[in-house]
Ligand binder design. Structure first.
Ligand code: PMP
Ligand code: GLN
Length: 387
């Protein structure tokens, strides 16, 4: 019997699916996979429903509906002062996952080097490899997930085609500061490289921080491909509506990949996202403020039962060091034990590494109702404190 693609066959099922299945099996509270447990903004949902019933439900343009592309360009002008030409510089995709895949397949030639920061989202590396790219890693180390000039010197080379950066960073909940972004942009420019910027958590940043698109730094406007996700911005992760913004000469090859991947994205969802991107400032600040309060609630709870909680500057996530528990096993074993014994699911952070993985850090998702977070902490307390 002939077998499937060797590279893809070498990967197991993603950790998110694995932990969500285990969570269901054990009747656990799922603080593993990152998704909110509320219904999302009612007006955005209503716009999608109306568009489904009364709008056009045939193929929209492969680049996305003009309405959504215009809304996106206006949104990035409003929030970041970016001047984007919607006709030549925006494209709608079926989720950020597709946007990432289209960027990597559209830009990488076999043998090109790709700089990846670990921890990294699980879809990056398989796609870089499928495209024939050669990964070069920069490993960020907990607790502050920082990196140095020397780390970049070691990873970049004359063969570097692009760097893939995720800011805010899942699972580390790090938001890159301006100095770090400037350092990355210096290397990108010195090596005449590109940057694929996975900025899906752009609106989920806390404590008065503001997200800085790498594209907004001097010299980077025409080197960056900025990726966003309506799933995160509107707490509707199942919708899978993403977008890529980039200079025409970068967007064109990416559109070539997109046309053979999904070609287009449901028009009613595009209508609703176009509406949503135009919402008033208060919606976006309220989203971040609400999540910040949940971060604080879960972080305090985790600390009270003995976890060493790491700072979380953005995303849906907080990471925690488990060394203090003296658990006999790594983070993967700890998460499997936790879901079965405490009935709380988390994600082992080593799943986001391919080398030099820490084995003492786990990730919890806090984008859940307060009572769900409280019940999770009660369960952990019963296991760690009362036993
Ligand atoms: N990148 C990162 C860092 C993510 O956490 C996610 C969340 N799934 C994605 C990309 C994919 O987003 P989407 O659901 O829009 O495909
Ligand atoms: N981005 C989500 C997370 O990190 C999961 C998405 C997925 O399940 N593929 O939890």
């Amino acid at each position: 019997m002939k077998s499937g693609n060797a590279l893809l066959s070498s990967y197991g099922t993603t950790i998110f699916e694995v932990m969500s299945r285990l969570s269901e099996e054990h009747g656990a509270i799922n603080l593993g996979q990152g998704f909110p447990d509320d219904r999302g903004p009612a007006d955005v949902l209503q716009t999608a429903a109306d568009a489904l019933l009364t709008g056009w439900n045939q193929y929209p343009s492969m680049m996305g509906t003009p309405e959504l592309r215009q809304a996106l360009a206006a949104h990035y002008g409003r929030f970041y002062g970016l001047g984007i030409d919607w006709k030549t510089e925006t494209m709608v995709t079926s989720g950020a996952t597709e946007a990432l895949t289209a960027c990597l397949l559209g830009l990488i030639n076999p043998g090109d080097e790709v700089v990846l920061f670990q921890p990294m989202y699980d879809s990056y590396l398989p796609i870089v490899r499928l495209a024939g790219g050669v990964p070069r890693f920069v490993s960020l180390k907990s607790p502050d997930w920082s990196f140095s000039r020397a780390d970049l010197e070691a990873a970049f080379s004359p063969r570097t085609k692009l760097v893939l950066i995720n800011d805010p960073l899942n699972p580390a909940a790090k938001v890159f500061d301006r100095a770090e972004l400037e350092l990355i942009s210096e290397f990108v420019q010195r090596h005449d490289a590109l940057a694929v910027c996975d900025e899906v958590y752009e609106h989920l940043v806390f404590d008065g921080r503001r997200h800085i698109p790498l594209m907004s730094l001097p010299g980077m406007r025409d080197r960056c491909l900025k990726i966003g996700s309506a799933g995160k911005t509107f707490s509707l992760t199942g919708w899978k509506v993403g977008y890529v913004t980039a200079a025409p000469h970068l967007l064109q090859p990416v559109a070539k990949a997109h046309q053979f991947l999904t070609f287009t994205t449901p028009p009613n969802l595009q209508a609703a996202v176009a509406y949503g991107l135009g919402k008033e400032e208060g919606y976006f600040t309220g989203l971040a403020a609400g999540l910040q309060a949940k971060r604080d609630r879960l972080s305090a709870g985790l600390a009270s039962v003995g976890f060493d909680v790491l700072p979380s500057a953005g995303t849906y996530f907080v990471a925690a060091d488990i060394s203090r528990f003296g658990f006999d096993g790594d983070d993967q074993a700890f998460c499997r034990w936790l879901v079965a014994e405490a009935k709380v699911a988390a994600i082992p952070v080593s799943a986001f590494f391919v080398e030099n993985a820490p084995t003492n850090v786990v990730r919890f998702c806090f984008s859940k109702k307060d009572e769900v977070l409280d019940t999770a902490i009660d369960r952990l307390r019963n296991r760690f404190v009362s036993s």
